[in-house]
Design a protein around this ligand. Structure first.
Ligand code: GLN
Length: 258
């Protein structure tokens, strides 16, 4: 599978061409380029970084080692956002730690009239996200910020985030694609909860009354995230399972100041 994706990338051809013309011969140049990619893949580099793109919610996003590779389970946040904002005429939406921009750009394209803002602490990530917005024709405001720091006084109807949530000593960090992804996009303190805690504590200052906060988190963090949301004063708190049946996102409604 990976071999085909790499070959298609070298030949810049649609998938069907490899099947339709199996007898086609590679030029020496294409063969060398293909071999080089195969070697890098064998050394562990993620396919998405080798070809520079990955599909998310049916669209192709540019990726570089400056950003986390979009995951299929993160599409859950899109589905939740669309379900919760269905009736809103012109919702203001915030994506925290946008990375490649997968969430922000998809929401801007799926929600016609939404006003979408996306922040990231990494300038390199913001360049990738901006390129994706431009390429896909999405209107998104990008802000360089550590979580809410640069958003003083701004409020939103919906805040989504796929923040870092992996524990610093998690052995998965030494395996597969994670070895090549930015640590700053993956790791959040000893238990992986540092950034989720910050976001949950600060979100009430940036949500409209009856606005929603929706967070992706680790496979074993749902109960903790729900209790953090409860402690912060959220209501209608629940978790949602991804396609693998794992509680992968949790959220709640901000009732407004008492
Ligand atoms: N879902 C990623 C993983 O596979 C982690 C992404 C994140 O920390 N936001 O570990």
């Amino acid at each position: 599978m990976a071999a085909r994706i790499l070959l298609r990338h070298v030949l810049r051809c649609p998938p069907a061409r490899l099947v339709a013309y199996p007898e086609a011969r590679l030029t020496a140049e294409d063969w060398a380029a293909y071999r080089a990619l195969v070697e890098r893949r064998q050394a562990g580099e993620p396919v998405a970084y080798l070809v520079g793109e990955r599909e998310f919610f049916g669209r192709s996003f540019l990726v570089s080692p400056a950003v986390l590779i979009p995951r299929p389970e993160t599409e859950l946040l899109i589905e939740l956002a669309l379900a919760h904002l269905g009736g809103c005429p012109r919702p203001r939406v915030l994506d925290l730690g946008t990375g490649s921009g997968a969430l922000a750009v998809t929401l801007a394209l799926e929600l016609d009239a939404a006003e979408v803002t996306a922040v990231d602490l990494s300038r390199e990530a913001l360049w990738v996200a901006m390129a994706n917005a431009a390429r896909l024709g999405a209107s998104v405001s990008f802000v360089h910020s550590r979580w809410f720091d640069a958003l003083c006084g701004e409020r939103y109807q919906l805040i989504v985030a796929n923040p870092p949530y992996v524990a610093a000593n998690d052995p998965h960090l030494g395996q597969g694609d994670l070895r090549f992804e930015p640590r700053s996009a993956l790791v959040a303190g000893a238990d992986g909860l540092d950034d989720l805690k910050t976001i949950i504590a600060e979100a009430p200052h940036h949500l409209d009354d009856d606005g929603w906060l929706m967070l992706e988190h680790g496979y074993d963090q749902a109960a903790t995230v729900r209790s953090l949301l409860t402690d912060a004063g959220f209501t209608a708190i629940r978790s949602w399972t991804d396609l693998a049946g794992i509680e992968r996102a949790s959220g709640g409604r901000w009732p407004g100041r008492p």
